[in-house]
Design a protein around this ligand. Structure first.
Ligand code: PLP
Length: 449
């Protein structure tokens, strides 16, 4: 056996991969050995476009010199020390920059190590905020139908994707679900009608329950894991308005949408929304290291600030909270965002991508293409006229992505929605090459035979 074969054997024997039916992995194993720019190379030397930014993380491509150097130079000082009761240099510098970068009014940064943990923190903060100010009836959360906020039990409790979440129902706390404006599947097919209907239903829920509700959580502008579903214009600001008028905290989960992905630094900026609490992660370190953040307004922070004996402190933390290597690379990442005008370029590139996607409509099974910035989902359907889905057991989306892999590009489907989330620094040539692979794979699997 050569090295590649030995690694495959070891992976099959010892590994258990996330969000993976291991029987599928055994049939089509893949081991990445290295990366360069927007590509990844496997242990047989085959090169692939990283069409999903290694699960929505990567910004500047792999092995970006400035980011590599930031990790190396931080290593010469220290790799990690705790943030419990003390801080460190890059975590402190980064906090100041994040406060300046995020919507005005988010003035405090709480670090963690994944999107899910940043959400757990947001939920616990919102819950304890109301207790600390004496409004103990406000204990529940509102979440959107089809929402996704990570895989820890709290995050799952405010999630609503049956295939991921249903089995854990007995473990979850109850939260109220409110309709998400899924325009393509709304009977009217009209963005304004769909938005207004969803806002009205939310208002009814708030009218009836606001005394019990601590916070509402949503993914701003685009639901990610639920199938890349974009919000109609005015929905996000409408939700903010309702939350304010019913005295319910607004948590925006920018784990997928934050750091330039949607063509604004944060998706909330599209509608000038300022949440009470915001979570982010993924692109914060350019896709290098696991750092996430929960940011809050000073109003939230102050409710926890008192003499120790008042027992108002936030008793939550993780071993690697505020890790120096991660914060150092995040600082270098933010510098690159500015020097390379990443957000401005995403705006331009996404217009070009939008134009190329127009040609995808000629494919017989492309039902809907939903794009915000460089975040796109292509919903494949059996019948374009009736919008009838394929039988889920046929695994059309999965088979399309396997075909894409054969053609030299990696991504993961969400059911029959094909995800296109290239590194933000992809050139127009990269984007065109990736999209022609997508088109060929969709055609071959859905029409080819
Ligand atoms: N929230 C949103 C909106 C996400 O899209 C994700 C992951 O895709 C998460 C939370 C969870 O992040 P992580 O996988 O880093 O725990």
């Amino acid at each position: 056996m050569n090295d590649h074969e030995q690694l495959i054997e070891k992976s099959k024997k010892h590994l258990w991969l996330p969000f993976t039916q291991m029987k599928d992995y055994e049939r089509d194993p893949l081991i990445i050995e290295s990366g360069e720019g927007v590509t990844l190379k496997d242990t047989e030397g085959k090169v692939y476009y990283d069409g999903f930014s290694s699960v929505w993380l990567n910004v500047h491509g792999h092995r970006k010199k400035e980011l590599d150097d930031a990790v190396r130079s931080q290593l010469d000082k220290i790799a990690h020390s705790t943030l419990l009761g003390m801080t460190n240099v890059p975590a402190t510098e980064l906090a100041e920059q994040l406060v300046n970068l995020t919507p005005t009014g988010l003035d405090r940064v709480f670090y963690s190590d994944s999107g899910a943990t940043s959400v757990e923190i947001a939920l616990k903060m919102a819950f304890q905020y109301w207790r600390n100010i004496g409004k103990t009836s406000k204990q529940k959360f509102i979440t959107m139908n089809n929402g996704y906020h990570g895989d820890t039990v709290g995050a799952v409790s405010v999630g609503d994707i049956d295939i991921f979440h249903k089995v854990y129902k007995p473990l979850m706390f109850d939260s109220y679900k409110t309709p998400y404006p899924y325009i393509y599947r709304h009977p009217s097919g009209n963005a304004d009608v769909c938005r207004d209907e969803c806002l009205n239903k939310l208002q009814l829920l708030l009218e009836e329950r606001h005394n019990e509700i601590a916070a509402l959580i949503l993914e701003p502008m685009m639901q990610g894991a639920g199938g890349m579903i974009n919000m109609p214009k005015g929905f996000l600001s409408g939700v903010e308005r309702l939350c304010k008028s019913y005295d319910v905290l607004l948590i925006t989960d920018e784990v997928a949408t934050g750091f330039g992905r949607t063509g604004e630094m944060f998706a909330c900026n599209h509608e000038g929304v300022v949440p009470d609490i915001m979570t982010a992660g993924k692109g914060l370190t350019g896709g290098y290291l696991p750092i996430a953040i929960t940011m809050t307004s000073e109003k939230i922070y102050e409710a926890f600030y008192d003499d120790y004996t008042k027992m108002k402190a936030f008793f939550h933390g993780h071993s690697y909270t505020g890790n120096q290597l991660g914060c150092a690379v995040a600082l270098a990442n933010l510098k690159l965002f500015e020097h390379e005008n990443i957000v401005g370029n995403v705006k331009k590139k996404s217009a070009d991508v939008h134009q190329i996607f127009e040609e995808f409509h000629e494919l017989k099974h492309v039902g809907d293409i939903r794009q915000v910035g460089l975040m796109t989902g292509i919903e494949l359907v059996k019948d374009k006229q009736t919008k009838e889905p394929f039988q889920w057991e046929k695994r059309i989306g999965y088979n399309v992505t396997l075909k894409m892999r054969e053609l030299g590009m990696l991504t993961r489907p969400l059911g029959d929605v094909i995800v296109f989330m290239p590194p933000l620094a992809s050139t127009n040539d990269d984007l065109q090459a990736m999209m022609s692979i997508m088109k060929e794979a969709i055609y071959t699997i859905t029409e080819g035979s």
